[in-house]
Design a protein around this ligand. Structure first.
Ligand code: AMP
Length: 306
């Protein structure tokens, strides 16, 4: 949060949008280093934002950074491929990693510090504690991936307590994940503003995701159906009276015809509690997850805003 009259921090010799030297980025590997850097900024009265990621950064991640930059004087991005949130070892080992590329992107976007700890730093020998947010976690992506949301809530709780920022930034792309970590921070009285940033999309509507790179050209074309179906459904349901089940059945069939197989879910849910809805009669959101070959894509869209 920038207080009135504060000047946004700029890196000497660079202007926004130009290539900054990666040496301007402070690289932190240990929790103690992170705490000491945060303490230095706090002593200078500066506000601090954190942007948690798993790396392989694209413009969706960088949009979170840009929002954080506007609100706070110091921005920390974390890159940690969190083993606790993966339920398949092959998924964890094949997760894309590109620290050199990520570092350059973060420097260009004037991030102050990158916190990229090793797994043993976050989960040392003997580690046991898990943070669970059951009602928001057990549906949608949480149902298909047991332990996934618990892993996310646990690592975000740890990162918030390690850095004690003013604000933390998350993408609406993972809307359920945002609700889970927002609830976690409230329930644990962690004094941080949890901010959700709208999904960044390609020109044809496809939500940016590191998984998009795994699509063949033909699958990349098919992938646009997900946003098209969500947009069409939102238009049909936004009057708040149209029953959702037949519309959702149409949507599932449309995704299938476009080549998605299987469709894990396509649902209308309350935008705050994630309870299933028969109609979009209060703040409501559509949620979709479906496969193109080996690639699972997710997306969501507001029908009636909160
Ligand atoms: P990940 O590295 O996939 O864990 O994502 C880190 C953060 O970036 C999460 O808060 C995501 O919701 C967010 N994010 C990922 N893709 C997008 C996107 N297309 N638009 C906005 N935020 C995104």
């Amino acid at each position: 949060m920038s207080s009135p009259g504060t000047v946004p921090q700029t890196t000497p010799g660079t202007t926004p949008g130009t290539t900054a030297e990666a040496k301007d980025l402070i690289r932190l590997r240990r929790i103690a280093e992170l705490r000491s850097q945060v303490a230095t900024w706090r002593r200078a009265g500066e506000s601090i934002a954190i942007v948690p990621t798993m790396g392989a950064l694209h413009d969706g991640h960088l949009e979170l950074v840009r929002r954080a930059r506007v609100d706070c004087e110091r921005v920390i991005t974390t890159i940690f491929v969190n083993p606790m949130q993966f339920n398949r070892p092959d998924d964890l080992s094949s997760y894309p990693r590109d620290e050199a590329g990520d570092t350059a992107k973060l420097a260009e976007n004037r991030v102050d510090a990158l916190f990229a700890p090793a797994a043993e730093e976050i989960y040392p020998k003997g580690y046991q504690t898990r943070v669970s947010v059951p009602l928001l976690s057990d549906c949608l992506c949480g149902a298909a991936r047991p332990g996934h949301m618990e892993g996310v809530a646990t690592v975000v709780a740890k990162l918030l307590l390690q850095s004690l920022p003013d604000a933390a930034y998350f993408g609406e792309k993972d809307y359920q994940q945002f609700l889970v970590v927002q609830r976690m921070a409230r329930d644990l009285d962690i004094p941080v503003r949890m901010e959700a940033v709208p999904t960044v999309r390609e020109a044809d509507g496809l939500a940016l995701s590191s998984r998009n790179l795994l699509l063949t050209p033909a699958q990349r074309d098919q992938a646009t159906a997900m946003y098209r179906v969500l947009t069409e459904l939102a238009a049909r349901l936004k009057d708040g009276r149209t029953p959702a089940p037949p519309a959702l059945a149409w949507g599932r069939a449309a995704l299938g015809e476009a080549g998605f197989d299987p469709v894990d879910y396509l649902e209308l849910r309350d935008a705050d509690t994630l309870q299933p809805l028969e109609r979009a009669e209060r703040p409501a959101r559509l949620f979709a997850a479906a496969w193109l070959g080996q690639v699972r894509l997710i997306d969501n869209l507001a029908v009636v805003d909160g």
